[in-house]
Structures are given as C-alpha cells and as structure tokens.
Design a protein around this ligand. Structure first.
Ligand code: ZN
Length: 121
C-alpha cells in the first residue's frame, strides 16, 4: 500500500520518499533522500514506453467508447485521441516512468547506496 501511494505521489521506488521529478519533464538522476541512481543501466527507461502505451490507451478508452456509443464521425476519434494524449503527455511521461521504476524495484530490489554530497544533481 505504501508503494501505491509512493507511485501516485511520484516518489522514489526504493525509499518511497524522495521525489523523482523536478520541473515538468526533468528527473533527478539520483534520489534526493536515499541516493539510488534512478536509471539503473543505459536504456533503462525504454521499458517505460510500454507502460506509456498502456496508460495512454486506458486514458483515451472512455472517450472513444462514448464517441462510439454516440456514433461520432471517425475524425472525432482521431481529434479526441490526439487532444487527450497531447494534454496529458506530461502525466503519461511521469507515471509511465514511475510505474516502470516501481515494478522494477518490486521484482529486483536494490541494496542501499550511500548518499554522497554530489548525488543530488
Ligand atoms: Zn530514495
């Protein structure tokens, strides 16, 4: 349950306290609280793309079901989907990465790493 709240609040998958993001699109390279490196290996966040697709699909599904029920013309499916995905792209970016990081930490937990002075930025 703590992990779910940490995910919803976009917190570190290891200590569940440190912020993952600063700014709209920027991530901290290390957790400001426990010091773990968020990108475990090069290309680590490529797997988050999959979760971005899933979250994006779940996000546009209700709109498209409504458009289908009301027999809207096909162009409205395209316009509605693009609009919803564009407006929510910062959220999709953040939550797809956070979801991947949380699942990765659950499946392959890390050891504690000592917090160094240069580890914040
Ligand atoms: Zn942490």
């Amino acid at each position: 349950m703590r992990r779910l709240f940490a995910f919803l609040r976009l917190r570190c998958p290891h200590c569940l306290q440190g912020r993952i993001f600063h700014g709209l699109w920027q991530m901290y390279p290390r957790c400001p609280v426990c010091g773990i490196v968020f990108e475990r290996e090069p290309g680590f966040f490529m797997n988050a793309i999959f979760f971005g697709y899933v979250l994006g699909f779940l996000l546009v599904l209700p709109l498209n079901v409504l458009l289908y029920i009301y027999e809207a013309p096909p162009i409205w499916f395209l316009i509605g989907t693009l609009l919803v995905l564009t407006l929510h792209s910062p959220l999709l970016f953040r939550y797809s990465r956070a979801l991947w990081m949380q699942l990765d930490e659950m499946l392959d937990p890390r050891e504690d790493e000592p917090l160094r002075d240069d580890s914040i930025r």
